[in-house]
Design a protein around this ligand. Structure first.
Ligand code: GLC
Length: 730
């Protein structure tokens, strides 16, 4: 019966599609949305503004009958008019499954922070294209991806979902992912808008930051995503911003997003982030998501009534629906119906994930060239982090269940934001395959003394450090948990050839940094993470990751040494005062003259690169920079030359800003000319009153650096004229 109904509905939809004027592809998305809207009844309009949850969540929610199983969300369509329903899946690492006994197993990218650490726009695009293809093949036409909250808080439990501390790097890399996702004719959703920069108390906290600082930091990252990828939707966040819930904020939704940025897509809430009908609709909210997590169906009958009694205008409701319809036409959702059961080439997708992971890995230290490992090694000892069977993933709604199942089931928490998942890509197996003659010994690392004993006498010891965090859970500190610092210290004491491989969400402290011979930051490396780690360790891939976030030497260096809020009491509203303003990450460290453990942009290679011939020119204030980069080492490799700009007199939030970069692959001895054009807004200061960016006349130093602390950076000074630019930088 169900099949017959499905066929009948599909035929109805197809026949409706054939006849209706809004299905005329020669028309613009605006025209098509207008035509469809005109044909809809009020009840049909209301369907597109109300999102249902797609999973049973304990006794809290019931899955909507038409939603895909264990999915994030479902919005009813209008089959009468051939307008499809919206099937929503999380998230930025791949097709996630809401905690369930029968998860859909899909390919996981490495963490978002890992992709940012590649500084490789093409990889970010390819990764997005791959997970978007799996979303479409799984029956989804909305992917709740594109997380771009700035890494203001290194302990934030969701840093692994985002793209680091700098708005230019984060915005550029996430924009590429969104473009990749949307290349599959589905809608991507950039999130969490805005300044949802920690997890503790996320439902109640009040983020405080002035407009100008916000426009030059968190909002600038979102702006770059909007401008460079035009996501079909934006997800407003749980938190308050300057006293007003983000999803009721006329400032965020109507003024900044829709008016100043000219955004034409639609705004959906996070799940449980809707707090009203009239206020939120009139503030610019277009769709309530997962209404079951809210106190009421604010955008159900209550909205119908609010329109009937004039508290929300019919024009506002029509505009809400118009924006959803426009995104459906503009992104190809209406013209390309989705269905479950599409083919997925998991082997090809695994290679996409591996390429991203291996290029994300950051060689932080390599004393005595202990890396790359030798394939004729005789004894290799591997310690900790279940490196014998898999690699760690982060928790929460972005969790992609692995093809082949969890390599280490049963680790608490086994319920949301758990389970704790290890992708079944064993570093040990991949290492063994590359050193066939070696005796490879695994020790679980639980007993530092036993681990040290196991380590003694080995040619090389690989000790894996891990830190599991997840949505709704910030790291309690930047120290590695579970006594791992003691483990690493004792192993390094027992064997000078100790290599530390980190599987963490983001920055961590390293009290053993001087004792370890080498350190590789592998992040949460995704479906092929074990192989990617081995390929980097053995030099099959020359590491080329560069830090997208500053690694502090101590929590006392942070703008907020102690994390705000109380994880044990998340009902009480509190304020997070982002007093650093736009001085996020390396900008804060520069401003305060602090020395980090490892700076933003840092990353070593198995070869060496030099830069020369730095020239800068400006035409009407548009700054162009070019230089030559040479591989002076003995092996092929990729480098990330970074351009920073530092005003000689103008007052910025910090001494310098990242203004551009390139990722360049060079054979030994090869050189390349690189040119970078700087977005003029990165040379100015935002003025809230006039809503303009103002570049002060005067001298600016252009630095060509290997990282944000590169004291040997080449630099030249250039004079720039005074310029005033609009929000779009024109
Ligand atoms: C979650 C997350 C959001 C996710 C949504 C649906 O609470 O904050 O990122 O897309 O709900 O799962």
């Amino acid at each position: 019966m169900k099949l017959k109904l499905a066929i009948a509905l599909a035929l109805a939809a197809m026949s409706a599609q054939a006849a209706e004027p809004w299905m005329d592809k020669s028309l613009s998305a605006d025209q098509r949305a207008e035509l469809a809207l005109k044909a809809m009844t009020q009840q049909e309009k209301l369907r597109y503004v109300l999102g249902h949850f797609g999973s049973d969540f304990g006794n809290k929610t019931k899955k909507h009958p038409a939603a895909l199983p264990s999915s994030a969300g479902y919005i009813e369509g209008v089959p009468r008019l051939g307008l499809p329903a919206l099937f929503e899946t999380d998230a930025g690492l791949g097709v996630a499954t809401q905690a369930t006994k029968t998860p859909r197993e899909r390919t996981s990218l490495p963490s978002g922070l890992a992709t940012a650490a590649t500084w490789n726009r093409e990889l970010a695009y390819q990764g997005g294209a791959m997970i978007g293809a799996e979303a479409r093949a799984s029956g989804f036409n909305v992917m709740l991806a594109g997380g771009v909250n700035l890494l203001r808080e290194p302990r934030n439990g969701r840093n692994f979902e985002y793209a680091g501390e700098d708005p230019l790097l984060a915005g550029t890399m996430v924009a590429q992912q969104v473009k990749g996702i949307q290349s599959n004719h589905i809608i991507a959703t950039t999130k969490h808008y805005a300044v949802n920069d920690q997890e503790t108390g996320r439902f109640v906290l009040d983020s405080r930051i002035d407009d100008a600082s916000n426009r030059m930091s968190d909002l600038l990252a979102f702006q770059f995503v909007m401008e460079q990828s035009d996501p079909g939707s934006v997800m407003c966040s749980y938190n308050r911003l300057n006293g007003v819930y983000a999803c009721e904020s006329d400032y965020l939704l109507n003024q900044v997003l829709k008016k100043d940025l000219g955004y034409k897509g639609y705004v959906m809430t996070d799940w449980g982030a809707t707090h009203s009908t009239v206020e939120s609709a009139n503030a610019g909210l277009d769709q309530q998501s997962g209404w079951e997590f809210d106190k009421s169906q604010y955008f159900g009958g209550a909205l119908e009534e609010a329109v009937a009694n004039g508290h929300v205008s019919q024009a506002r409701l029509d505009n809400m629906v118009f924006r959803v319809l426009r995104a459906m036409f503009d992104k190809g959702v209406a013209d390309n119906p989705v269905a479950e059961g599409g083919a997925i080439d998991f082997n090809a997708h695994k290679l996409v994930s591996r390429a991203d992971a291996e290029e994300s890995m950051v060689l932080l230290k390599n004393a005595g060239k202990v890396l790359p490992l030798k394939s004729n090694a005789k004894k290799i000892v591997i310690i900790g982090a279940h490196a014998d069977v898999g690699v760690l993933a982060g928790g929460g709604s972005s969790l992609v269940y692995p093809v082949g199942g969890n390599a280490v089931p049963g680790i608490e928490p086994t319920v949301w934001p758990g389970p704790v998942v290890y992708h079944p890509s064993s570093p040990m197996k991949a290492i063994q395959a590359r050193a066939p003659g070696a005796q490879v010994v695994y020790n679980d690392g639980k007993d530092p003394a036993a681990a040290a004993q196991a380590a003694a006498g080995a040619e090389v010891v690989l000790v894996f450090g891990q830190q599991w965090v997840g949505e709704s859970l910030d790291a309690v500190s930047l120290a590695l948990p579970d006594n791992q610092d003691a483990l690493i210290a004792s192993v390094a004491k027992a064997n000078p050839n100790t290599v530390v491989v980190l599987e963490t969400s983001g920055p961590v402290l390293m009290p053993w940094v001087d004792q370890a011979a080498a350190i590789v930051q592998a992040w949460y490396p995704g479906t092929a993470g074990g192989e990617a780690i081995a390929r980097v360790l053995f030099g099959e891939v020359n590491p080329s990751g560069h830090l997208p976030a500053t690694f502090p030497a101590a929590e006392s260096q942070l703008p907020r040494p102690k994390l705000d809020g109380d994880p044990k009491n998340e009902a009480v509203r509190f304020t997070v005062n982002y007093h650093e303003g736009a001085a996020v990450g390396y900008k804060w460290f520069d401003l305060k003259g602090l020395k980090p453990l490892f700076p933003f942009g840092h990353g070593l290679s198995y070869t060496q690169f030099t830069y020369s011939g730095l020239v800068a020119s400006q035409k009407d204030g548009k700054l162009s920079v070019s230089f030559k980069i040479t591989n002076t080492g003995a092996v092929k490799g990729k480098d990330v030359p970074q351009l920073y700009v530092a005003p000689l007199n103008a007052k910025w939030e910090a001494p310098k800003r990242l203004a551009g970069w390139d990722k360049v692959e060079l054979a030994p001895g090869e050189s390349k000319e690189v040119s970078v054009t700087v977005d003029p807004r990165l040379l100015g200061v935002y003025d809230s009153r006039s809503k303009t960016w103002r570049i002060a006349k005067g001298g600016y130093k252009v630095l060509l650096a290997q990282d944000a602390s590169d004291v040997k950076a080449a630099s030249i000074t250039i004079q720039l004229p005074q310029r005033t630019l609009n929000v779009a930088g024109k």
